[in-house]
Design a protein around this ligand. Sequence first.
Ligand code: GSH
Length: 290
Amino acid sequence: MAEFDYTPPKVWTWNKPSGGQFASINRPVAGPTHEKTLPVGRHPLQLYSLGTPNGVKVTILLEELLALGHTGAEYDAWLIRIAEGDQFGSGFVAINPNSKIPALLDRSGAEPIRVFESGSILVYLAEKFGAFLPSATAARTECLSWLFWQVGSAPYVGGGLGHFYAYAPLKIEYAIDRFAMETKRQLSVLERRLSEHRYIAGAEYTIADMAIFPWYGGLVMGWLYGTAEFLSVQEYPQVRRWAQELLERPAVRRGRMVNRTSGELSSQLHERHDAQDFETRTQDKLTSPR
Ligand SMILES: N[C@@H](CCC(=O)N[C@@H](CS)C(=O)NCC(=O)O)C(=O)O
């Protein structure tokens, strides 16, 4: 038990690697570590991202907007490999000073507009195209409340449960218990909500569903951290019913493929520059990278 006998020093210093899966990218200071210009494609929207749950929220919305006929939502999706430190390149930090995917550059106006934080990107795009965010005050507020709930809650799942259950260099019962309990409580919040409403914000499919699906849909579908059995996800049948319904949407399926670097090769579209890419440029079809 000696490893738990830790007394914090008076002043924390960064004097040893933290260990674990993200040790090579974790650091206590912000800002770029190297000069690197970001690539720019031909579309109005440039997305710099990775197919993690936070990245997928945005690609689902972009694919849904395109499916609705909003051609102004055409986008180039560039891959940011966070395990290799791409988020600390100078070009990326200029778009997101917080060095995390996803980050968006809208080049459709006179001056480019940068947007960072997945929740902010969802609201920006929903407002820009007038879709998936209700306009009536009560419905809009309900949608935004759930969107902010997601952004505030998911770090307990990813940074808490996922980190300590799957990635930390040692299994700490206290930490895993704490975050498993909170994750199950959050799933229970959604279960209660979805037992009364078809979608998260009510009768309408909105950006709240798109934000919540990759995280909590991912948990009940068994996609995240290998925790499905551990969390007894069968206890949340309404969350599963809702996730299944979203998964039947072609735009959701396409959105999940963009910037994805794991799983079946046919499900990985590392970069997306054209609607055709889903048919022709998945990893199983590429002989050489773009
Ligand atoms: N609050 C942010 C969280 C984004 C986030 O945590 N992104 C992760 C990947 S899912 C990341 O870029 N991590 C890289 C790092 O921490 O250096 C959002 O919702 O956009």
